[in-house]
Ligand binder design. Sequence first.
Ligand code: NAD
Length: 260
Amino acid sequence: MANLKGKVIIVTGAAMGLGLAAADVLASKGADLTLVDYNAEALDKTKADLQSKYPESKFLTVTADVSVEENVKNYVDETVKTFGKVDGLYNNAGIEGKQAPLIDYDINIFKKVIDINLLGVYYGMKYVIPELQKNGGGRIVNVASVGGIRGVSNQTAYVATKHAVAGMTKNAALEYGKDNILTNAIAPGAILTPMVAEAFKQVNPNDPKTAEKEYASRNPTRRLGDPMDVGHLVAYLLSDENGYVSGQVIAIDGGESNMY
Ligand code: NAD
């Protein structure tokens, strides 16, 4: 399923969490990858681990802050220089910001969340789409969140930017479908990554494990998601086996967003 042999895919936020898990699944299906992150040390470790697990895949690392437009242009240029083309983008890097009620939200944190979650995703599409057009098409997966479909208390900046990602995804699908570029967003619920572990610390600094268990107990599956669950969905959406899904915001949350 989802053979990616010969495909060149860029993964942002690849050093840990959902980016790392997706990179693992994509490499397991034969893709060559550009791994992008602003944490250079963790990125090097990710590359070394994946290279020893998947010796037949090629890995390029580019240290970049996705909120800086020149950094984004550079990761795309480096990919084309190394691999000669781009077939897909997993536009995943993002941050949660700090949890606070709307009227108390720190404006500097709000702006940082916009720069990374909204503009970082926009720049990724801006510089990758022309390469996909040259290549006869391709696939893009942007990372929204269930917070891109619904409200989440105390996360105004996060929810605003993730709704924006859902909106930009629909526009990209409309504008570039004619070029055989299919663009989708995924909307994960709570998937156990370092970002979510940090969120449970904010909810209950003294006992984050209890906060985690309480959260999981409300999910129809009674568990949090595994990053590899998300990686498999991403691999399908980035493959040629996805021939006609575009402009969708696909929840991957154990069914939780259907609850009343
Ligand atoms: P994480 O914090 O565990 O990993 C994020 C990675 O992105 C890190 O390696 C970090 O260094 C990198 N990164 C952050 N900002 C960056 C920047 N400006 N430039 C380059 N790299 C940057 O987070 P995660 O849980 O894996 O989340 C990944 C994406 O999934 C985010 O967009 C997040 O909003 C989204 N998401 C996660 C969940 C979840 O439950 N984990 C749910 C919904 C959405």
